[in-house]
Write a protein that binds this ligand. Structure first.
Ligand SMILES: [Zn+2]
Length: 440
């Protein structure tokens, strides 16, 4: 594969009031980068919500740059972290059929292979762990801090009972942790992710729009030097488990298509239900680079979503628990600022006397509140219409499910049923973006 990678521009943070602590919360970028890392490789991929039955995602981390577009002569690969083992612990995997194991020189992005270290036919429940001198596989020390296990047959890898296409990289850290990373063709990845992120019953044009968003989102992070996670932290990926002929046909019908703006990939967020209007990434996530493509749009098409309107009760003491009782037990909250569509941007936390003890981005508050709470008790979105006292409880009324930025999945489905094409759908939710085919 030949790629000309232009370093992504590093953009300055905007000092949006109330956003800075979210902006500074990013953890270290996971290793290894998929392609040449940008000047500043920020935090792991922002969170997305699966449309249904998914735990609410954590607050997306800030992105400080946008990936520049390389030239692809063939479909690129995506790197997805499947498992990790602490020092001294094993990662277990299986290869069905013939395989070879190479030393991986440098990083996955370079993809340079060292010597052949092992080969065979069938590897059942192999165990690998990191050691000072190399990776130990089934009790045998293989020289090399990182290995690439290459099955001869497609879909012959198995990790945690799931089958995967592509190769498996075993990457040892200096602290002797070991990560198992699936290196997979992006089109296989899109076919595998599609029905993890959108119900199969949705209209085909909505699915095509979703496929373009999934591909763009993955490639955006690949080009920013990140390894994706296999859960809502990036996009839900279960190897071949959720693949189907239908998913493959949808991926094929949009092969290579991504969303771009000003010759850069769009950070193609999506969510289940916006509740009437999508939000601005800059305001919701404090992502300064988001621009007009993620500025928010009216959405009259998600009214049929089961998540369109909701009410929740907040039991007494729960808000106080978020602050470990530091401000007493009678804390409440209210919306402190909204965008023009009514989405809460900031939340004020109030003590028993009504004094403000904290003010924070609404999505950050929501994710803090939701952490560890059953889905049915979570605050589904920041489109909060009303917060009122009902005895000792707070009653909240709101609309939508998910962070509300980018493509609204139920809205996309509504548009498709009304005759909209996937281009129409993407045009509404990523206004000003172009659909470009990067490879065939
Ligand atoms: Zn919507």
């Amino acid at each position: 594969m030949t790629r000309a990678v232009v370093p992504a521009a590093s953009l300055a943070l905007t000092a949006l009031l109330g956003c800075m602590d979210a902006a500074m919360s990013g953890g270290p970028a996971p290793r290894p980068p998929a392609v040449r890392p940008a000047a500043r490789a920020p935090a792991p991929a922002p969170a997305l919500l699966a449309p249904e039955d998914a735990p609410a995602a954590p607050l997306p981390e800030i992105a400080e740059e946008r990936a520049a577009l390389p030239v692809f002569l063939e479909p690129p690969t995506v790197q997805v972290r499947l498992a990790a083992a602490r020092p001294g612990k094993d990662i277990s995997f299986t290869v069905h059929g013939a395989y070879r194991v190479f030393e991986l020189k440098g990083s996955l992005e370079d993809g340079a292979l060292g010597p052949l270290l092992a080969a065979g036919d069938g590897l059942k429940r192999a165990r690998a762990r990191a050691a000072r001198e190399g990776v130990v596989m089934n009790g045998e020390l293989l020289a090399g801090k990182s290995l690439l296990v290459c099955p001869r047959n497609d879909g012959a890898l198995e990790v945690d009972g799931r089958r995967y296409r592509g190769d498996l990289a075993l990457l040892a850290s200096p602290g002797l942790e070991l990560a198992a990373v699936n290196r997979v063709d992006i089109e296989d990845y899109v076919a595998g992710v599609l029905f993890g992120e959108m119900p199969k019953r949705f209209a085909k044009e909505a699915q095509r729009a979703q496929a373009v968003a999934v591909r763009t989102y993955a490639l955006y992070h690949v080009l920013n030097g990140r390894v994706l996670s296999d859960d809502q932290g990036s996009q839900v990926y279960r190897g071949t488990e959720l693949e189907s002929d239908a998913a493959r046909r949808i991926a094929d019908s949009t092969v290579g298509e991504v969303l771009t703006h000003a010759d850069r990939l769009v950070q193609a967020y999506f969510h289940s239900t916006c509740g009437g209007a999508t939000g601005s990434a800059a305001e919701v996530f404090c992502v300064p680079a988001a621009g007009q493509v993620l500025a928010g749009a009216a959405c009259p098409s998600c009214r049929d979503s089961p998540h369109f309107a909701w009410t929740r009760g907040v039991p007494p003491g729960v808000i106080a628990g978020l602050y470990n009782g530091a401000f007493g037990q009678a804390l409440t909250f209210d919306v402190a600022s909204r965008d023009p569509a009514g989405r809460a941007l900031e939340v004020a936390v109030l003590d028993a006397a009504g004094r403000q003890v904290d003010r924070l981005p609404a999505d950050r508050f929501r994710n803090r509140y939701n952490a560890g709470r059953p889905l049915a008790e979570q605050i589904p979105s920041a489109m909060i219409d009303e917060v009122r006292r009902a005895g000792l409880e707070l009653r909240i009324k709101g609309r939508g499910f998910g962070h509300g930025v980018g493509l609204c999945q139920y809205g996309a489905n509504g548009m498709a049923h009304a005759g909209g094409s996937y281009q129409d759908i993407l045009g509404r939710y990523y206004p000003g973006a172009q659909i470009r085919r990067l490879y065939d």
